[in-house]
Design a protein around this ligand. Structure first.
Ligand code: NAD
Ligand code: TYD
Length: 351
């Protein structure tokens, strides 16, 4: 496989996947297809933007004609699809945009791949990146999401991702397209847009702004360092079985409030403040509507079949992440300027 589209390559996870592929596979041509929404930022890819095996195409995945042109222009034989609207809170305010990008956008890519490949599936692959949120919410009973867990999405975001997963599988079952779907737990690390919990809170602590904790902070998420997700994507793209689903996660569950305390202590220590001095920034606010209580992934299949496991301990990952945000204030200022700041203040005022 030589010519690969990575969609959403200017976003958080996509930029790590693009970087890994461009650096690791000099004989692949990586075409990053991204609309550059508020969440997409070419500054995430400064270090590789001039590499000869990398091309950026600014395009909306919903624009079928343009996607067809890109397939033809680069003779595409592989797709790694990450482009999506990805923030649950935004999906609650504006579900249509989520249905459009996540469902219609995915369908548009599938259809472009189908027409371009025209039944010649040899050496082709359509790899769709999804989320554990499609499985719904778990109780505090130690159970984990497996690949067999019934889909039960609760937010417009997870409903749109669930729908896109179904379309991908339907293209395999109906047309024989070589597809793979993976469902990953919450990612954290550099270049995450600061509307998500970890970068938002690091930035707020730095500026001594309140930390809006939804409900009682008792919800549980399973956190994976983003480069470990990118490594899993590389492995599965090359070695995963066609038509399979793989769950990706680090067996690393944290109750929000406990995680937030770790972040506060780490930021305080790295800024030379008294450890815990900013605990008083914690502000309990109205809970998110339909807030899923607990996510936790069982990634045994991926470990047993392909030998993947996370490389970083959580303490190490958080330390690296906090350091990165503190050292890259210019990146943070750039992405939090203008429209985003207005949006955030509106959201926060309403809670
Ligand atoms: P992100 O919001 O940081 O980035 C999304 C990227 O997609 C942006 O660059 C944006 O410009 C682009 N995009 C959005 N709409 C587009 C469109 N119509 N056409 C072309 N490009 C468009 O998202 P992320 O956190 O990096 O997530 C990437 C993927 O991984 C998503 O599919 C998401 O559902 C999935 N995922 C994310 C997590 C997580 O914790 N962040 C966990 C599991 C799965
Ligand atoms: P988030 O990063 O939005 O990811 P997701 O909703 O996809 O899991 O949120 C992670 C957890 O943190 C989730 O339980 C919601 C909670 N949260 C807050 O308590 N306050 C916030 O300001 C945000 C953004 C999230």
């Amino acid at each position: 496989m030589k010519n690969i589209i990575i969609t959403g390559g200017a976003g958080f996870i996509g930029s790590h996947v693009v970087r890994l592929f461009v650096n690791k596979y000099p004989d692949y041509h990586i075409v990053n297809v991204d609309k550059l929404t508020y969440a997409g930022n070419l500054a995430n890819l400064k270090d590789i933007e001039n590499k000869p095996n990398y091309t950026f195409e600014k395009a909306d995945i919903c624009d079928f004609e343009t996607i067809m042109d890109i397939f033809k222009k680069y003779n595409i034989d592989g797709v790694i699809h990450l482009a999506a609207e990805s923030h649950v809170d935004r999906s609650i305010k504006d579900p249509f945009t989520f249905a459009k990008t996540n469902v219609i956008g995915t369908l548009s890519l599938l259809q472009a791949a189908k027409l371009s490949w025209n039944g010649d599936w040899e050496g082709k692959r359509f790899y769709h990146i999804s989320t554990d949120e499609v499985y719904g919410a778990l109780e505090f009973d130690g159970t984990l999401f497996t690949e067999e867990t019934r889909y039960n999405p609760h937010s417009p975001y997870s409903a749109s991702k669930a729908s896109s997963d179904h379309f991908v599988r339907a293209f395999h079952d109906t047309y024989g397209m070589p597809t793979i779907v993976t469902n990953c737990s919450n990612n954290y690390g550099p270049y995450q847009f600061p509307e998500k919990l970890i970068p938002l809170f690091i930035n707020n602590i730095r500026h001594k702004k309140p930390l809006p904790v939804y409900g009682k902070g008792e919800n549980v998420r399973d956190w994976l360092y983003v480069e470990d997700h990118a490594r899993a994507i590389d492995l599965i793209f090359h070695k995963g079985k066609i038509a399979e689903t793989y769950n990706i996660g680090g067996f690393n569950e944290w109750k929000n409030i406990d995680l937030i305390k770790v972040i506060i202590n780490t930021v305080d220590r790295l800024l030379g403040r008294k450890e815990g001095e900013d605990l008083n920034l914690i502000t309990f606010v109205t809970d998110r509507a339909g807030h899923d209580m607990r996510y936790a992934i069982d990634s045994t299949k991926l470990h047993e079949e392909l030998g993947w496991e996370p490389s970083l301990q959580f303490e190490e990952g958080i330390e690296k992440t906090v350091k990165w945000y503190l050292e890259n204030q210019a990146w943070m200022d750039n992405v939090t300027s203008g429209d985003y700041q207005k949006y955030y203040e509106e959201m926060y005022d309403k809670r």
